[in-house]
Design a binder for this molecule. Structure first.
Ligand SMILES: Nc1ncnc2c1ncn2[C@@H]1O[C@H](COP(=O)(O)OP(=O)(O)OP(=O)(O)O)[C@@H](O)[C@H]1O
Ligand code: SF4
Ligand SMILES: [Mg+2]
Length: 343
């Protein structure tokens, strides 16, 4: 079930579900007896992107690039600087005055559904609890809706009486999705939701999410380090490195014609069945250096790993340029970098 062109065209005419402008998230580092602030982690450092209604945007990057922090900050769960996030046209600050409104707009589902489920609560009760918290006080209405939600996520009615420990990883993830759907959100932030699952189960959950997106008109921010998954589900992709946006564009455009050396490097790490292509990709692979998010880099933050770095890169941070329709890149030399494709 690959994304069709007509779907992309339909999305193109829609409004913005998520608008992120110059998002910054910083965490203080405290040490010593008095827990004084001794440094600041710049987890997200000026990121701008949006998600159109009904669209899936994939957020990718190596570990520590700020994907989870970006996703959490959109729902007020990490300290974004004021004015940087709007959800369906409303500022995050306004939405945070009413937790109820914010949760009705956006829900977060993450990798480990076991952590979000009370082991002593049967699945039916766990879903009913989510419905109760969000205002459904009538017991029989809750009961009915709980079975509807189980059905929507492909679980049998008898799952209601089972406990989390008796479910497989895929079934638990379906329960986590059902609990998120209980509030009828318009946006879902999906953080590594299939990373812990077997490949065949991953496919089932991804297909379920894509079906739900169509029937429930959901907008997804899909966070993952798995590029094959992102290519399968996302209309567009945002590539992050050290808290910054490096490249953004329609998924096929970024995969077939990546412009940023960091994206080249990420794509080089994806195994492909063709040995000749695999050899070429290995040659292209760049060893990405470990980084320290508490120091400020002058110039391009990828310079230490980039084979194309020169004095300009070392002295001036690249701006984000639109290099073709809806394809943006933060690199001084994107036009000179040899073509690369994973097919
Ligand atoms: N509460 C926190 N306090 C201090 N630093 C934090 C906090 N949360 C995240 N960070 C730091 O912010 C940076 C970005 O972390 P984040 O979890 O957003 O990365 P990620 O891209 O989701 O990584 P992964 O792929 O491993 O999940 C990391 O250096 C992390 O250590
Ligand atoms: S700006 Fe320079 S160092 Fe940065 S990615 Fe581009 S070529 Fe490499
Ligand atoms: Mg993460």
């Amino acid at each position: 079930m690959k994304l069709q062109c007509t779907e992309k065209e339909q999305i193109a005419g829609k409004g913005k579900a998520i608008e992120v402008k110059n998002l910054e998230v910083r965490f203080p580092v405290r040490s010593g007896l008095f827990r004084r602030e001794t440094a600041v982690v710049r987890a997200v450092d000026g990121v701008t992107f949006d998600v159109v209604e009904g669209e899936t945007v994939g957020l990718v990057g190596e570990s520590g690039s700020g994907k989870t922090t970006t996703g959490r900050s959109l729902l007020g769960l990490a300290p974004a600087i004021p004015g940087s996030v709007r959800l369906f046209g409303r500022s995050l600050e306004e939405l945070m005055n009413s937790r109820h409104d914010l949760q009705k707009i956006g829900q977060l589902v993450f990798q480990d559904p076991f952590a979000s489920l009370n082991p002593r609560l049967a699945i039916g009760a766990a879903i009913s609890e989510a419905l109760y918290v969000h205002g459904m006080k009538d017991k029989s209405a809750r009961h009915e809706r709980m079975f509807e939600l189980l059905d929507q996520v492909g679980l049998r009615p008898e799952t209601a009486t089972r406990y989390p420990v008796a479910l497989s990883g895929g079934q638990r993830q379906r329960v986590a999705i059902a609990r998120a759907l209980a509030v009828e959100p318009r946006i879902m932030i999906l953080d590594e939701v299939v990373s812990a699952l077997d490949v065949s189960i991953q496919g089932q959950i991804l297909n379920l999410l894509m079906d739900l997106q169509k029937t429930q008109k959901l907008s997804f921010l899909f966070i993952t380090h798995d590029l094959s998954v992102v290519r399968y589900v996302s209309h567009r992709v945002v590539v992050m490195y050290r808290g910054c946006l490096m490249e953004e564009g329609e998924t096929e455009s970024v995969f077939r014609n990546p412009k940023h050396p960091y994206t080249h490097s990420l794509l080089s790490a994806v195994p492909v069945p063709n040995p000749a292509t695999q050899r070429f990709k290995r040659k292209m692979q760049i060893r990405v250096e470990a980084h320290n998010l508490t120091s400020v880099t002058v110039g391009c933050r990828f310079q230490g790993s980039c084979p194309h770095a020169d004095d300009l890169c070392r002295n001036q941070e690249p701006e984000i340029l639109e290099v073709s329709r809806r394809h943006r890149v933060a690199c001084h030399h994107w036009a000179k970098i040899p073509d690369f494709s994973v097919g």
